[in-house]
Design a protein around this ligand. Sequence first.
Ligand code: TYD
Length: 212
Amino acid sequence: MKGPSKGLLIVFEGIDGTGKSTQLALLAEELSKRGYPVVTTREPTSGRYGQEIRKLYLDRTSCSPAEELRLFIEDRRQHVREVLAPALANGKIVLCDRYFLSTVAYQGANGFAVEEILAQNSFAPEPDLALLFQAPLAVGISRITGERGDILNDFEKAETLARVAEIFNSLTHPSIRKIDAAGPMAVVQENVLSVVLPLLTTCGGQCLPEPV
Ligand code: TYD
């Protein structure tokens, strides 16, 4: 769905541990500094379906793949209705940590066809830009277990992530821009800005929220 939105939807996608959440926070800070009205948000949300999803981190097998897919779709439906659509209608630049391409890649790796997942997401506004963070799997996994000191949740096992990365790689949506996320944080941030800033200036009056 592409509505007559006034704002701009920028989504951050990629396998776990690519640093996308850190880059989202850095971009939000930079755009706010420049006077743009920014809203940051993420999926899974902290809403009722998002909470159900988080319970699965410990044991993904406690739910069928179809039920898992349903939870992500319902979480997004609520997110679009309550957060994304109102913010876009208000002319905000919305930075969203994960969106429907994550469903395509993760639930795709769990057995569903890409087309089927996209069809189930037809209610969700198309992002203006999907930043796809790419780093070797080993880098992602060591960032999760090393720097973050976390254990891998049930969505982050190496075999699964390899398949997820493969699907992310194969996607050809026009909104996708690949970001090399293997390097130092400051370099990755430069890459992100080099993609985002031209979008703000070329968007003209149509969808560019005016700096305040
Ligand atoms: P993550 O970005 O790690 O969220 P948080 O840091 O808030 O816990 O996302 C959690 C996991 O959910 C991640 O491993 C990817 C998975 N996921 C899907 O499988 N499908 C989806 O549609 C989304 C949005 C996330």
